[in-house]
Design a protein around this ligand. Structure first.
Ligand code: C5P
Length: 224
């Protein structure tokens, strides 16, 4: 394998959780650490790519040579990703995007008034960033290669294939094993039209390098 298999390629990555405001001081988020996405960004850069990392609120240093765009909400992540995708050759969606956001966040802090009444929240669905970008003309013609992630716990392979079809992406990567959030290791199952490749248990750093190598081979069109 060439030492820089992604030389000349622009790679876009979303990573981390999103934060959905309830009021100016409260919100809803999830336990994604962003570690896998940041490791993928580093590996893509080391493979020679020009990397843009759209990151939700995480506590991680920016990998060397990577352009980072910090966002908070799913809608901000969506806007940044859609814009960056116009120029990208590969899009890897590792972010744990909130499925829903509070329908109408309060302009001022919601006060506890002592009456025992609790606020009633209602939600609206967030845009599916990956599915949306995968439907874009450049993705459909193969100019932009889209990769999704999934955290499945049962029926891994079948669910991963179903999600690959639902999202309309050529490659879907399933996290194997429970509760990978925040950990430094993982195992991955890569599902594409040809079948399944397993990347056995390893550090996220090593897995990210292996994943980038697998993606580079598919982008170059030499997977048999
Ligand atoms: O549907 P589910 O959330 O399991 O799909 C996971 C994949 O879709 C991940 O690649 C994630 O980054 C992406 N996704 C997204 N926007 C959403 C929800 C998921 O890009 N609103």
């Amino acid at each position: 394998l060439a030492p820089k298999p992604l030389l000349g390629q622009r790679v876009l990555i979303t990573a981390g959780p999103t934060f959905e405001a309830i009021d100016p001081v409260r919100g809803i988020t999830n336990l994604s650490s962003g570690k896998m996405g940041f490791a993928v960004a580093r590996a893509a850069r080391e493979a020679g790519a020009e990397v843009t990392l759209v990151a939700g609120p995480v506590h991680l240093p920016t990998p060397r040579g990577v352009q980072r765009i910090d966002v908070s909400s799913a809608r901000e992540m969506h806007a940044a990703a859609v814009q960056q995708a116009q120029e990208a050759h590969v899009f890897i969606a590792t972010a744990a995007v909130a499925d829903w956001r509070p329908a109408s966040p309060a302009e001022h802090k919601i006060k506890k008034d002592g009456s025992g009444q609790v606020p009633q929240l209602s939600f609206v669905e967030n845009p599916d960033i990956l599915a949306g970008i995968a439907r874009s003309p450049r993705a459909r013609t193969g100019e932009l290669y889209c990769v999704g992630f999934a955290a499945e716990s049962e029926n891994l392979q079948a669910n991963a294939q179903a999600k690959r079809a639902r999202k309309g992406v050529p490659l879907l990567v399933a996290n194997i094993g429970p509760a990978t959030f925040g950990r430094d290791d993982n195992a991955l199952l890569l599902v594409d039209e040809k079948g399944v490749v397993e990347l056995p248990h390893a550090s996220k750093r090593v897995l990210a390098q292996q994943l980038i190598a697998e993606i580079a081979r598919r982008v170059a069109g030499d997977v048999i």
